[in-house]
Design a protein around this ligand. Structure first.
Ligand SMILES: [Fe+2]
Length: 519
């Protein structure tokens, strides 16, 4: 007998009083405030399954979300109709304190390429209705003129830096999918004179991280974007600690054991708060999140983790003149041996029309100094030149000019032509990189970064466009063509900014390079 059935049996038999209180599930919990204050979400769709998410938190900023350690039954329903007049599937799960009262429901036996609605119930409370969808089946999307994929790509949402207005606009887009490339939360202490204020000092414990997620997730515009589409989520550094590398923290002062504890808390809270199909690890500090997802035979997504396994940054975290220190040591890694081998094998064996890398830090270099010396970011792929050349060589040999790299991290928009090596100037263009700006991090921003100017542009011929406003980009993918549209907001430090198209780009499958520009 499963434990849940056992508990139900005990309850029906009137034996509840013999079970220790903390294991008792409340089948009809009552809530003074709305327990669905953090909304609902779905993610990691396949042709016949999707993960549904919610988290009970009647008082989001209280420790334990105001649940008082109570273990509560949560019912869920999936329907093809928004009014739930017919219900396709239903079930019951437990929201437990040891998992932050989060629930992850794996709904299977769905039809490919179809929309569904879902909702949760606990006690008398009913959640908002979410809309999600499955992916096309394998084989669909291969033929020219076949099904297109429309997706939004987002990253970096510092709660204090600005309003999440971009999400209001994103929710109104006709999209199939949203990809989040990390920095969903920021670990920092509250700052002065900001648009909004973190409720707690710099976060470190599991309780701290849970409260930080709750603060962010309570935002109605973020909730709206989750409610409309399934998401594919990965993390960047701020889900743990700025610029951390493996078990090395930002200031390099923590012991490995301290970093392991911090990662454990941060990774667990990430898992609890995201609609992901990521198996729980034996130890939370080693949670493996890289995974592959497909959109029929049109697109294959490789969702990467460039933080957990990387070697420490060479010569510090910032932009440095190269070569320096152990920068070009061939044993230094960005992905770690296992993830790198998995990606290499995957790229070589997959036949989808487009190979899509959903990852964090910029792949292409940006030399930020004029003149013969080069100065590049130690935190980006440019800080790991040998590992980058290995990956780009693999792309060049196995998936040239049908690979697109989606990047976040730096709160600005960059469009790059990616070569099969950035060590050899004659290496051919084999991929396109679209770097997306932040939702709010960095405040209002500017039309262009100061570093991109008439002196640096000629030294970076692979850079086609740069912009430092807030927003997101959308991609419209067909078997023969990839279109990316950058959308930006004039401000985020006040509410209700309008959104406009900043630039549009086109990649033709099988042809090197990209075309497009500002509108
Ligand atoms: Fe960020």
């Amino acid at each position: 007998m499963q434990r849940r059935d056992f508990l139900e049996f005990v309850r029906l038999a009137g034996l509840a009083s013999v079970i220790p209180n903390n294991w008792r599930v409340r089948f009809r919990p009552s809530f003074a405030e709305n327990p669905f204050s953090l909304g609902v979400a779905s993610g990691d769709p396949t042709p016949n399954a999707v993960t549904l998410w919610s988290r009970l938190a009647p008082r989001p900023l209280d420790p334990d979300g105001g649940m008082g350690g109570v273990r509560s039954a949560v019912n869920w329903e999936v329907s093809e109709r928004e009014d739930f007049s017919t219900v396709l599937q239903r079930g019951r799960v437990t929201a437990a304190p040891e998992l932050g009262h989060s629930v992850h429901v794996e709904v299977g036996s769905l039809e490919p390429d179809r929309h569904y609605f879902y909702r949760f119930m606990s006690g008398d409370a009913v959640s908002p209705v979410g809309r999600t969808r499955t992916t096309p089946g394998i084989g669909m999307g291969r033929e020219p003129g076949g099904a297109a994929l429309r997706m939004g790509v987002v990253s970096c949402q510092n709660f204090e830096d600005g309003y999440f207005t971009a999400y209001k606009h994103l929710a109104a887009e006709p999209l199939d999918l949203v990809i989040h490339l990390g920095d969903y939360i920021y670990e920092y202490s509250p700052g002065e004179g900001r648009v909004r204020r973190h409720a707690t000092p710099e976060i470190n414990s599991l309780g701290d991280y849970r409260i930080r997620y709750a603060e962010c997730k309570a935002d109605p515009m973020l909730q709206g974007a989750h409610q409309h589409f399934p998401w594919i989520v990965t993390w960047d550094d701020h889900e743990v600690d700025n610029n951390y590398a493996g078990l090395v923290g930002e200031n390099g002062m923590e012991s490995e054991e301290q970093m392991r504890n911090r990662r454990s808390a941060a990774y667990q809270a990430w898992w609890e708060n995201q609609p992901v199909r990521v198996p729980r690890a034996r130890s939370w500090s080693d949670l493996t999140i890289q995974r592959e997802l497909s959109w029929g035979s049109l697109a294959q997504f490789w969702v990467l983790d460039t933080r957990q396994y990387r070697s420490d940054q060479a010569c510090g975290d910032g932009a440095k003149a190269v070569p320096c220190g152990n920068w070009s040591d061939p044993t230094r890694t960005m992905l770690g041996a296992r993830q790198e081998a998995w990606l290499s094998r995957g790229l070589a064996g997959n036949t989808a029309r487009w190979q899509v890398l959903a990852q964090q830090v910029m792949m292409a270099p940006f030399d930020s100094t004029a003149g013969p010396t080069a100065q590049v970011s130690m935190d980006q792929w440019s800080g790991y030149p040998i590992a980058r050349d290995r990956l780009l060589d693999r792309i060049g040999r196995t998936a040239p000019n049908r690979t697109v790299i989606l990047t976040g991290d730096i709160h600005s928009n960059w469009v790059n032509e990616v070569r099969s090596s950035f060590s050899r100037p004659d290496a051919p263009v084999v991929a396109a990189e679209f770097v997306g700006t932040s939702i709010s991090s960095g405040g209002d921003g500017a039309d262009r970064s100061n570093a991109v100017n008439d002196r640096t542009l000629p030294e970076n011929p692979h850079l086609k466009w740069q912009n430092s406003r807030r927003g997101y980009f959308t991609c419209q993918v067909s078997p023969t063509e990839w279109r990316t549209t950058y959308k930006t907001l004039p401000f985020v430090t006040r509410p209700d900014a309008p959104i406009g198209i900043a630039s549009e780009w086109r990649v033709e499958r099988g042809r090197a390079g990209l075309s497009g520009g500002e509108r």
